[in-house]
Design a protein around this ligand. Structure first.
Ligand SMILES: CSCC[C@H](NC=O)C(=O)O
Ligand SMILES: [Zn+2]
Ligand SMILES: [Zn+2]
Length: 424
């Protein structure tokens, strides 16, 4: 790449980053227009699907020479999480490029506007080199991943349009890696968002009595904390990776009787609740966790109830953990490894993604999906202040994708259907 090319590649990335697609009011239309205009410069077929009004999904198609072969889907989400503007060194939607370090600061620089545009830039380079794909390559830019993906990737994966695309492999997001090895993911933990509620007799703030809502809730919180520590200890001791234990973090506490001048101090409230973000590995036993919740964390005997705000299934409809194979049964895995190597990149060991991504909707349909965001030598800053990606790392990622897309789109063995299922 000569300097002029890389300058325009970087400024296109900045342009995308400057479109504020943060929740709760993402400017999806502006982003969809930007992506469509990019697709036009590449002569890709482009359509905007609106499974839910106001939530556009941009679907691009680079037609392959053999449409009978299963296609390749390169997925990325358009939306980003909100940012606390005043806590950033550079405003989160300015995409400031620091001239001395080469870091580009922006919300979405790692998660995951980088990946979406790297796919496009890789296609641009492949086209310039005269490459023509054997398999059809699709690029999807989807809304709402950060709020659960139900109006985005989930509807898309369950649509007839998707069915007719005859997808054989999906690439989706991974995580930055502080080392020189890229991280790569074959599965992810399932989000369970739990609210537990305690009730108890109200009374004078000076009175000691049993069964207050606060006491009942506190006992649960203590029990949750013991479990949390037991899981965290396994990670700290190096016995399990982050994605292999069940995480539970308290994310809100709600209790007390408020008045216009603040909380009432001498009244013990009759209700109290707490919310927990729980992530369940595909290898965990969801039944025993649910029993723990019902018996220890929210026992009816202690006047407690619970409710899930989100409860993704650990198993698919065949009762198997929702993971993609990374052995010889999944030819896409070896192809990815080789392609990354060919582009002088190194891959770490296959991992379970600790949070959730849209990949689960494709895996649920029995498709292999690989989580991969080519960012090596980069601190993990997704959802953090001062999220950044170095411009050279971004450019290097384009070369990596160029190699992967070339290998995938040239692969002429029809992938066997059962190859997409993992035996775990
Ligand atoms: C319940 S779906 C939420 C998806 C979100 N994804 C990335 O951060 C997450 O919290 O993992
Ligand atoms: Zn993401
Ligand atoms: Zn995210």
């Amino acid at each position: 790449v000569d300097n002029k090319d890389s300058l325009s590649i970087i400024s296109r990335f900045q342009e995308y980053l400057r479109i504020n697609t943060a929740h709760p009011n993402p400017t999806y239309n502006e982003a969809a227009e930007f992506i469509s205009s990019q697709a036009k410069t590449l002569s890709l077929d482009s359509q905007i699907l609106e499974f839910v009004k106001g939530k556009p999904l941009v679907l691009l198609k680079w037609a392959g020479k053999n449409p009978a072969l299963q296609s390749i889907l390169l997925n990325s989400h358009i939306d980003v999480v909100p940012a606390e503007h005043h806590k950033w060194v550079h405003p989160p939607f300015e995409a400031h490029l620091d001239p001395s370090s080469g870091h580009i600061y922006a919300r979405g620089s790692q998660d995951m506007k980088c990946v979406g545009l790297q796919y496009l830039e890789a296609v641009r380079k492949l086209q310039a080199s005269g490459f023509r794909p054997l398999r059809t390559v699709y690029l999807s830019f989807v809304p709402d991943e950060e709020i659960g993906g139900h109006d985005g990737a989930e509807r898309f994966a369950n649509s007839d349009i998707f069915k007719n695309m005859n997808v054989g492999i999906v690439l989706d997001e991974g995580l930055a890696s502080p080392t020189e090895n890229y991280r790569v993911f074959y599965g992810e933990r399932c989000p369970w968002w739990l609210v537990i509620k305690a009730t108890g007799a109200p009374g004078h703030g000076a009175k000691l009595y049993d069964n207050t809502a606060m006491e009942n809730l506190m006992r649960s919180i203590e029990s949750v904390r013991r479990f949390r520590a037991s899981q965290f200890d396994l990670v700290k001791a190096g016995l399990k990776a982050e994605g292999e234990v069940t995480s539970v973090n308290m994310v809100f506490l709600k209790a007390g009787t408020s008045s216009p001048t603040g909380f009432v101090m001498n009244l013990q409230p009759s209700e109290a609740q707490a919310g927990f973000d729980i992530r369940v590995p595909p290898t965990a036993d969801p039944v025993s966790l649910e029993r723990r919740i019902a018996e220890e964390w929210a026992p009816a005997a202690r006047n407690m109830t619970f409710e899930f705000k989100q409860r993704a299934s650990v198993y698919d409809k065949f009762g198997k953990p929702i993971v993609s194979a990374f052995d010889a049964s999944n030819p896409w895995w070896a192809l990815l490894e080789e392609a990354v190597k060919k582009a002088n990149g190194k891959l770490g060991k296959p991992e379970i993604f600790p949070a959730s991504t849209d990949a689960r909707f494709f895996r649920e349909r029995g498709l292999p999906a690989i989580g991969f965001s080519p960012m090596a030598n980069t601190p993990i800053l997704l959802h953090d202040h001062n999220e950044f990606l170095n411009k050279n790392e971004y450019l290097r990622g384009i070369d990596i994708y160029e190699s992967i897309i070339k290998a995938y789109a040239s692969y002429d063995e029809p992938a066997r259907d059962e190859a997409s299922r993992a035996e775990m």
